[in-house]
Write a protein that binds this ligand. Structure first.
Ligand SMILES: CCCCCCCCCCCCCCCC(=O)SCCNC(=O)CCNC(=O)[C@H](O)C(C)(C)COP(=O)(O)OP(=O)(O)OC[C@H]1O[C@@H](n2cnc3c(N)ncnc32)[C@H](O)[C@@H]1OP(=O)(O)O
Ligand SMILES: NC(=O)C1=CN([C@@H]2O[C@H](COP(=O)(O)OP(=O)(O)OC[C@H]3O[C@@H](n4cnc5c(N)ncnc54)[C@H](OP(=O)(O)O)[C@@H]3O)[C@@H](O)[C@H]2O)C=CC1
Length: 515
């Protein structure tokens, strides 16, 4: 029997960010591997005109729950949604709900965050840092709390090249920053953001670094662990290989390369692509929850949840495996043949952006306009390049993360735990994983059926023929215009034609002589 599964049976678990990519996988795994868990409280806010109840009902219809739906058809009865907003005082939880949480919850998993790199500093701090502080305050009052698990990011300390499993000094004193963003005008905060960020590349990593420090400062008597995943990708095995529902991180770029929209990616072929499958992250998180609650380590344990130091994999390899998968299994209605160059040079990138991506987008949009449809390709290309500009910090450098705590945790698992909560990244076979990632993106993110592959291949062949025909026509037109206007071009043209003629005559004569 798995000790980790047994531990969660009978427990009340609180999860924030359950509607997100990682949160859903966490809820699913918890319910499937510990079917006797008493209740899973999830903090959910109303959003985009949908009430909290509607959002939860939609969430439970998600494909990610198909497996647990089959194993335990009444799994939804265990889920107890709580209306909450992390940016509001006291998390905007009603007094009645608060009372229930304070008396019942045994373990907290804090996943909620904004992961946008361009989030205004005020909002990133209000949600990622102050939201964590508020949750911590609630947790300190919980009467039966055994563990508090905070999901951070391996890049919270990305200004360092070697990152240990410790909490580093913060970029600034959080209290002072909170006061500042409270009373300063939003536009002034925007203006001074680059100065405040200093070496940090974005407000996301900055606010996450501050959250870790806030946890250290305000932990009180809580048993806390911090999980730091690197770039979370599609699932490796669970609940299905390749499950993904987010365009963040590498997913959007992979799809854009697969669709032939993006011809150039800013990355370094030799830099480590520190990908970590979402199910590995979730397995480690649940195992760390068990360890923290049962073994109660004296200090906060930080788990760097990364692959680079143990089973390294590089962006160049990722490109190769992804393009090969998309050539064999094309995406539907691809714009061009799958393919993307990797370059770390800004100038080379700009050259390709203008020469291929933007030029083709303009032509495509013109075609859409002429056929009475809405042009959209330029907008997509611009968004992708904006996203690439924000991601390049992570795709052109490598970091060294120590993983002693991950190894220590593995050594405490029994044989069954190691099977059910596998987070041994040495077992990852990267070419297989990337293939399943790309196919998962096709199936779960783009909702494409695998039976459409022959049609997608035919579409690519048609696209290629149109491109050839277009290139030839363009060449002939340009050349004709050039010849008509310039004596020199005419002279070159006649010279090339006569040279070709002479060569042909020479070969014909020499072959006649040989016979
Ligand atoms: C083959 C070669 C491989 C090499 C490949 C190298 C890749 C190198 C990756 C390094 C990766 C490091 C990752 C660090 C790991 C973390 O610790 S953090 C977690 C990851 N966080 C992120 O990735 C957040 C980055 N994203 C952002 O900051 C914002 O989405 C952006 C990029 C600024 C775009 O902002 P925006 O223009 O306002 O657009 P946004 O509102 O976000 O999205 C609008 C729509 O476009 C969709 N969308 C957004 N981005 C995309 C996209 N890229 N594609 C398609 N659709 C998209 C959204 O889903 C959304 O759809 P709807 O909801 O409207 O249906
Ligand atoms: N994805 C990645 O590559 C990595 C992620 N991480 C960390 O993992 C965690 C989960 O990330 P991921 O699942 O990818 O992110 P998602 O963006 O998919 O999910 C974020 C979750 O936070 C919730 N949330 C956002 N704002 C609020 C709010 N104001 N009040 C309540 N809930 C809110 C969202 O709810 P709603 O549906 O209402 O928006 C959603 O459930 C984060 O802490 C992130 O920093 C770390 C490393 C890499």
């Amino acid at each position: 029997m798995s000790s980790v599964s047994a531990y969660y049976n009978g427990k009340n678990v609180l999860i924030t960010g359950a509607t997100g990519f990682m949160g859903k996988v966490l809820v699913e795994k918890l319910l499937r591997s510990s079917p006797e868990v008493k209740a899973v409280y999830i903090l959910v806010r109303p959003k985009a005109g949908q009430s909290m109840q509607e959002r939860v009902a939609n969430m439970l219809k998600c494909k990610v729950f198909d497996r647990v739906r089959e194993d335990c058809p009444n799994f939804h009865e265990k889920i107890k949604p709580i209306n909450a907003e992390l940016c509001q005082p006291k998390l905007a939880i009603s007094a009645e709900d608060e009372e229930e949480l304070l008396t019942r919850v045994n373990i907290v998993f804090h996943c909620a965050a904004t992961v946008r790199f361009d989030e205004p500093l005020k909002h990133a701090l209000q949600l990622n840092t102050m939201g964590t502080q508020r949750l911590l305050e609630l947790a300190r009052q919980m009467q039966n709390l055994e563990a508090f698990i905070h999901i951070s990011t391996a890049y919270a300390n990305c200004i360092r090249k070697s990152i240990d499993e410790i909490i580093y000094p913060p970029p600034a004193e959080p209290k002072k920053l909170f006061d500042l963003v409270e009373w300063l005008d939003e536009s002034i905060i925007q203006d001074i953001t680059p100065k405040l960020l200093g070496e940090w590349p974005n407000t996301y990593t900055y606010s996450k670094a501050l959250s870790e420090y806030v946890i250290q400062q305000e932990k009180g008597n809580l048993n806390i662990a911090i999980i730091r995943p690197s770039i979370v990708g599609a699932s490796w095995h669970e609940p299905f290989p390749g499950w993904i529902d987010s365009f963040n991180g590498t997913s959007g770029i992979l799809i854009a390369a697969g669709k032939g929209i993006l011809r150039t990616v800013i990355a370094n072929n030799e830099a480590v692509a520190d990908m970590i499958p979402v199910d590995i992250t979730v397995n480690l998180t649940l195992a760390a929850g068990w360890y923290t609650a049962v073994h109660r380590p004296k200090n906060i344990l930080v788990y760097n949840c990364t692959t680079g130091g143990i089973n390294p994999f590089f962006w160049g390899e990722m490109r190769q495996y992804a393009i090969s998968t998309f050539k064999r299994n094309p995406l539907e209605k691809a714009f061009r043949t799958p393919g993307a160059q990797i370059t770390s040079s800004y100038l080379i990138n700009q050259y390709w952006v203008y020469l291929t991506d933007k030029a083709w987008a303009i032509l495509y949009d013109l075609y859409m306009r002429l056929t009475g449809r809405k042009p959209r390709m330029m907008k997509i290309v611009k968004r992708l390049h904006k996203s690439m500009m924000l991601l390049q910090y992570f795709s052109t450098q490598s970091w060294n993360w120590s993983s002693d705590n991950m190894n220590m945790l593995m050594s405490h698992l029994n044989t069954e735990d190691k099977k059910v909560y596998n987070f041994d990244v040495r077992q990852l076979h990267w070419s297989e994983y990337i293939e399943s990632y790309c196919l998962g993106a096709k199936k779960y993110l783009l909702n494409e059926d695998m039976s459409g592959i022959p049609a997608a291949k035919q579409h690519l062949r048609n696209q290629r023929n149109i491109r050839y025909a277009f290139n030839i026509t363009l060449f002939v037109i340009i050349w004709r215009i050039f010849i008509a206007r310039s004596q020199m071009a005419r002279n070159i043209w006649y010279f090339v034609v006569s040279l070709c003629y002479k060569f042909l005559s020479y070969f014909r004569a020499s072959s006649t002589l040989r016979h």
